[in-house]
Design a binder for this molecule. Structure first.
Ligand code: ZN
Length: 196
């Protein structure tokens, strides 16, 4: 499969996943009529973990997980944070890519949909941002923490909403976690503020 075909297949799988989860479909409509952006492939150390340990999923999650694995070599993976903020181990075992956003892979000026992966045994420190955010767990699972909410262990098809500037954090245990995350409102390109 060509890079373009793999990314197109991923985009459609993400759309199917998004529209199949009532919480996601109700959060914001899937952005329509997007043009592909020519982002070059960019690898990250965490991709090795992802390929080796993609995490368990449901029948509904399988299409998106398989499409993400197939497109992974062609995607522009990022880590966003600095080593001083999160440490080397975190940067080696976390990565995300922008699927639809002002950046790409499909240009959406007012939306942001990302895929993000954390290997097992990671602490994602408290952070916050202006945009509201809805997480969905595609595979694996993690413990989600947010100021004002009880801690929750989420698995495939579970979702979690973070309101504007609500501090939140996450911990993976034995399993990794792959999430599809949507933002609405605020600056779609904001780097979260991070630190306890
Ligand atoms: Zn967030």
């Amino acid at each position: 499969m060509s890079a373009e075909a793999a990314i197109d297949t991923l985009f459609e799988a993400a759309r199917g996943w998004y529209e199949g989860l009532p919480a996601m479909a109700g959060f914001a409509p899937w952005p329509e009529g997007l043009e592909r952006v020519d982002l070059p492939p960019q690898s990250q150390p965490a991709l090795r973990d992802f390929v080796a340990h993609p995490g368990e999923t449901t029948a509904q999650g399988r299409a998106l997980l398989q499409a993400t694995l197939a497109a992974a070599p062609y995607l522009h993976w990022c880590t966003a944070y600095d080593e001083a903020e999160v440490g080397r181990n975190f940067l080696d075992r976390f990565c995300f890519c922008e699927l639809a956003s002002p950046v790409g892979h499909f240009h959406a000026p007012d939306a942001r949909i990302t895929l993000a992966y954390w290997g097992p045994g990671l602490w994602y420190d408290w952070h916050w941002h202006k945009a509201e955010e809805l997480y969905s767990v595609v595979s694996g699972g993690a413990e989600f923490l947010a100021q004002g909410l009880p801690d929750a262990h989420l698995g495939p098809e579970d979702t979690r909403l973070h309101t504007s500037d609500q501090p939140h954090a996450m911990r993976t245990h034995d399993a990794p976690v792959l999430t599809l995350v949507a933002w609405r409102g605020g600056d779609m390109t904001q780097k979260p503020d991070i630190g306890s």
